[in-house]
Design a protein around this ligand. Sequence first.
Ligand SMILES: Cc1cc2nc3c(=O)[nH]c(=O)nc-3n(C[C@H](O)[C@H](O)[C@H](O)COP(=O)(O)OP(=O)(O)OC[C@H]3O[C@@H](n4cnc5c(N)ncnc54)[C@H](O)[C@@H]3O)c2cc1C
Length: 373
Amino acid sequence: MSSADILIIGGGIAGLSAASALANHGKVVVLEGEEAVGYHSSGRSATMLHYALGDPFVRALTLESRGFFEQPPEGFTDVPLGHRVPVLVHAREDELQALEALHTGIARFAELESVDERGLLELCPALRVGQGGAVAGIVDRNGIRLDPHAMLQGHVRALRRAGGELMTGARVRSIRQVGTEWQVETEAGDHYSAPILVNAAGAWADAVAELAGLDRIGLSPLKRTIITFDGPADTDTSGWPFTKTVADELYFAPESGRLFASPMDEVPTNPCDAQPDEYEVALAAHRVEERTTLKVDRIHSRWAGLRTFSPDKHLVAGFDANAEGFFWLAGQGGYGLQTSPVVARAVESLIAGAPWPSVAISADELSLRRFLA
Ligand SMILES: Cc1cc2nc3c(=O)[nH]c(=O)nc-3n(C[C@H](O)[C@H](O)[C@H](O)COP(=O)(O)OP(=O)(O)OC[C@H]3O[C@@H](n4cnc5c(N)ncnc54)[C@H](O)[C@@H]3O)c2cc1C
């Protein structure tokens, strides 16, 4: 039996950012079921930091996190954690009210410019504008395209530097509480114990709670699909913005010499190794051709990932009142990367007593008391 002060189940961005924040307070061991970190949601995202998703809760956590990406702690990474990409949200004539509402919603968090058809084309010449197409937009020139690989590796390094351990290929199959200790067994038959167990198992967080004999909170994993395809020949698309419809129908952006796009699908799914379905792949191509002048002649690659939401769509970070030492860190939905810095510090505060990091969000708002009796 290996003993630690804190065991964390899940080597995605949630588990690893919490691990690096907690590692200076005691011995932290992260157990990841896959052979590599970030294999599931954290390695399959659109990798953006922007304010056009979520609500004031998500936007506040995002705003309080962005400093970490712009200026990571000394020694955290040798490469930038992201680079600036403008974020353009566009609307048809019949969507102008929604665009105005979004403008009002984001204005507290980011500096926005309004653009007309000409401005839309200056930013993204492929947009279909005018009759039946986009007529107006808002742009935030300070979006960030994140580098999840650099983020995950930075946290792993910080964890190890502080004496913590990451065990990959360590899928947890049983959990029991003996006295004040949580005892965990992996499928390989290894045993770990600690007085604090952090459940950062992403889409599997409800299943992990059940392993511990606890109630689920009712998480919903929703599948989202991304395709990549060639941009127009002889056109440098690298400076195009992350471009999104005001309704959640389509986004696309430059991706390593090509373009990526998502139909923003939200297909309810059981926790799994998510795979793209033909329907959503075709829908992505269809919506690109509907909203732009681009042709999707050949799909270069495709993938899908799970965005896992709590019942009120706000993430959960807090102890389970029904089981001493059992801590939930789940339900990051479609914003788990861009909010991870401040959320990790909230976890550090709740578990290790560090100062509360957020002026906008209280511990009660993250607590799971809102779901469990
Ligand atoms: C298509 C798509 C686009 C997205 N775009 C963005 C975006 O632009 N910006 C943004 O901020 N977020 C985005 N997200 C959301 C973001 O990716 C997630 O919120 C975030 O990755 C969740 O991190 P996690 O650590 O909770 O989950 P995961 O990365 O899934 O990590 C959970 C880990 O737990 C492990 N695990 C589960 N059960 C066990 C067990 N029994 N034993 C051991 N290990 C276990 C799993 O193997 C997994 O590695 C997007 C997601 C998708 C799918």
